[in-house]
Design a protein around this ligand. Structure first.
Ligand SMILES: *Cc1c(COP(=O)(O)O)cnc(C)c1O
Length: 237
């Protein structure tokens, strides 16, 4: 049997179990298969086994794979996005998970307006304040969202995204996810026009159990589906 199929079956049953444990429905949790560095044939295999959403962290890689695979899955840009690369993905992406600064909003707005699209985005939050992580500090998120809502008609904020710190300490990871959830509840109460907190994108291969327990609605899994990434390997074009 295919390893990818087996991995997906295990993950789906885990998601059900983790959700069930905290009285949530697994139907409220979307699995994004993170396909960075993964060859197209493997991505297609995952799609065959029911993957509906894929995530890439590099715009050009997303564009290259989109050109082969197309619209049969939803494409998510999950990594930090340089303004000069927005043009590669603006007409392909289902959602951008890494909105974190105004210059990026300006570029998305400009490009989206040109093709008459409204782009769904999540605001990336750096809860743990690690230097290595992108995203806004928690204290700055509400001002940022209020500003985006009033200025950029072709951007629609649909929730928040974060990455947990690199640590073995589960309590620390849980704390980060809990803070993101709390922030989303605070924002929800403000009823900012054009802004919803429908999605919380949190949880990766090694922490999606905790993320689901803390309210995640989107988990982004790479390694647990496709195995360890090989960054040195030549990518199939
Ligand atoms: C690579 C990546 C993931 C997936 O990580 P795994 O540990 O392989 O599951 C999730 N989110 C982002 C933003 C990533 O860059």
């Amino acid at each position: 049997m295919s390893v990818i199929k087996e991995n997906l079956e295990l993950i789906r049953s885990n998601i059900k179990e983790f959700a069930h444990n905290v009285k949530r429905s697994s139907e409220d949790i979307t699995l994004i298969a993170v396909t960075k560095t993964v060859d197209v044939d493997k991505v297609l295999e995952a799609i065959e086994y029911g993957v509906t959403d894929v995530g890439e962290n590099k715009p050009q890689e997303l564009a290259r794979k989109y050109d082969i695979i197309g619209d049969k899955v939803k494409w998510h840009l999950i990594g930090s996005l340089q303004t000069n690369k927005v043009k590669y993905i603006i007409d392909k992406v289902h959602m951008i998970h890494s909105l974190d600064r105004e210059s990026l909003c300006e570029e998305i707005q400009k490009r989206a307006e040109k093709i008459d699209r409204v782009i769904d985005c999540l605001v990336q939050v750096n809860i743990s304040k690690e230097d290595s992580k992108h995203g806004l500090y928690k204290e700055d998120v509400i001002d940022f969202i209020t500003n985006v809502s009033s200025k950029y008609n072709n951007i629609r904020i649909k929730g928040l995204m974060t990455m947990a710190p690199f640590t073995e300490n589960e309590d620390e990871v849980r704390e980060v996810f809990r803070k993101l959830k709390d922030l989303s509840l605070d924002i929800d109460k403000l009823n900012i026009s054009n802004v919803s907190m429908k999605y919380l994108s949190m949880g990766m291969s090694n922490d999606y159990k905790i993320a689901i327990e803390e309210g995640s609605t989107i988990v982004r899994l790479g390694t647990s589906i496709f195995g360890e990434r090989n960054y040195n390997k030549q990518q199939i074009k």
